[in-house]
Design a protein. Structure first.
Length: 108
């Protein structure tokens, strides 16, 4: 189930449970996985659908050469599948939508 507060109309989904996000990505959806790296907020935008990731990157201005290939294990089958991700940070990191807030212009 997507995280409460994930704004409708966004091209990606965030999930409370990592497994749910992986399944979404394995089914070709865009999964936003937030984390902290070296003290800075970051995110991976993950999918098995390379075309969707490239389209997202084009819209927000990330060069296609920055898309990273990393096969991932499908949690349902244990089989490794082709997958890609963007490393998002700084100006490319989407705002975090406040829980229960459907207005994407506001954030926590």
């Amino acid at each position: 189930m997507p995280v409460e507060g994930t704004a409708k109309g966004l091209p990606y989904h965030e999930f409370e449970r990592r497994r749910d996000g992986m399944v979404h990505a394995m089914d070709g959806g865009l999964w936003m996985h937030r984390h902290v790296w070296k003290g800075k907020p970051m995110a991976h935008l993950v999918s098995t659908d390379k075309a969707k990731l490239l389209e997202y990157g084009e819209v927000i201005g990330i060069p296609a050469a920055r898309l990273q290939y990393k096969p991932l294990k499908d949690p349902r089958t244990g089989v490794r599948r082709e997958a890609w991700h963007w490393d998002l940070g700084g100006p490319f990191l989407p705002l975090l939508i406040a829980k229960g807030d459907s207005d994407a212009r506001r954030y926590a």
